[in-house]
Design a protein around this ligand. Sequence first.
Ligand SMILES: [Zn+2]
Length: 136
Amino acid sequence: MRFWIILARSLRLRCPACGRGRLFAGWVRMNESCDHCGLDFEPEGGYYLGSVYFNYFITSLLVTFIFFGLYFGAGIRPNQMIVPLAAFCLLFPLWFFRYARALWRGFDELFDPGQNRADQERSPAAKSSSSGRHAS
Ligand SMILES: [Zn+2]
């Protein structure tokens, strides 16, 4: 049940924790945290590297199904599909970029709920651990 709620929130580009705050302030630019519940949308640098895998996986899955669907279903030869499918492989990930990030953030919230809140970063424990990290 929780999985479907977080999935629906991610596909609406909303905060996975509360479903209210918007993940994106613009087409590409993300909000730093949820303006309703304070969930940090970028807990650390490079956090969204994993979203590239989501994007790649969905693009690969779709292009595979489209290829075999057109090949066996409509009898279209592979050399007729190469240009449209190559264009799909370039354009779809650009469009899906925001959803991949939203799914990645939702994935993290599903398996590690309530972590990475902006107010936790200001706590003394978080400060001491982060200062220790910088010292090393
Ligand atoms: Zn929120």
